[in-house]
Design a protein around this ligand. Sequence first.
Ligand SMILES: *Cc1c(COP(=O)(O)O)cnc(C)c1O
Length: 367
Amino acid sequence: MVIKRNILLNPGPATTTDTVKMAQVVPDICPREKEFAGLMKGLRSDLLKVVHAPEDQYTSVLFCGSGTINIDICINSLVPEGKKILVVNNGAYNTRAVEVCQMYHIPHIDLKFSVFEQPDLKQVEQTLKANPDIAVVYCCHHETGTGILNPIREIGALAHQYGAIFISDTTSSLGMIPLDVVKDNVDFCMASAQKGLMAMSGLSFIIGKTDIIKASKNYPTRSYYCNLYLQYEYFEKTGEMHFTPPVQTIYATIQALKEYFEEGEEAKFARHRAVYEAIHAGLDKLGLETVIDRNIESGLVVSVKYPDNPNWSFEKVHDYCYERGFTIYPGKISTTNTFRLCALGKIYPKDIEDFFVVFKEALEKTQ
Ligand SMILES: *Cc1c(COP(=O)(O)O)cnc(C)c1O
């Protein structure tokens, strides 16, 4: 069977291998069978290895849903009664965390920074000092909206210094940028299978400190379906998800993890980096400008300014590229017109060179 290979330059779901796609085609199985629980056990343990989390301190908990479910679960489950969460906010995905706090009426501080810069650590520290009731600090690792990489190791260290736990949304960095939860001072991180692991959408997971999850048993319960302790407890008792798991995505993720370990953490990081360099090289050649200082870019997402041409149409250029197997993605910065080119997925610098041939044609033909 030949499956058309599309080059996805959007920030996930990403281009996958055929072996990952085909791993979903398996005999029908009831996910309450021991065989399936065994698969999830191995998967949970492999996820810990991706972020170098020691098994005796950390656990991983699986959920059926897109990546945002992790943000919802971490925030609604991990803030104790009478305490606050501090969201270190320099972009759209941190703003999503603030919106979750608002929906659940969880006391929070929205510490806002420019979306074009990394957060100022001095202000983070001042806020922690002035608010001893902050029990949780939250910050996105790679702010996918702009492409900025945030200094989570430093933010985590500050959180710990002031007696708070640290949650990082690592959805768009996990499995691509090496992460060591112990060294990086991360108590909870998260991702979903369709991003850095290059599997399919529908499976999300939280990796975090087991003792904190156990303590959260006594925290206010703000959701029935999305509660971290309940899902953890169910896994520990039965080896299963509380409710129906995304069966096919789990098969795909197991294959994707196998391929992740085969490629290797450093080699994969270097490949994404090379794709990112190829994106910048292609843009430079066309004279297109980017909006974020390269020194603070993650190396995974590039925000590109719309060309200064009255005939530019993102739609038309998108459609031209899409018809030829390349997907470009709109921007997420409210004050500037941008689009994004991303280095996720099983793609190579050669794919980016091929993309720029088509993209250049699109610019010429649509303007
Ligand atoms: C993709 C992403 C999410 C999850 O988005 P979904 O659309 O729910 O999958 C969360 N945080 C970050 C930083 C992301 O890049």
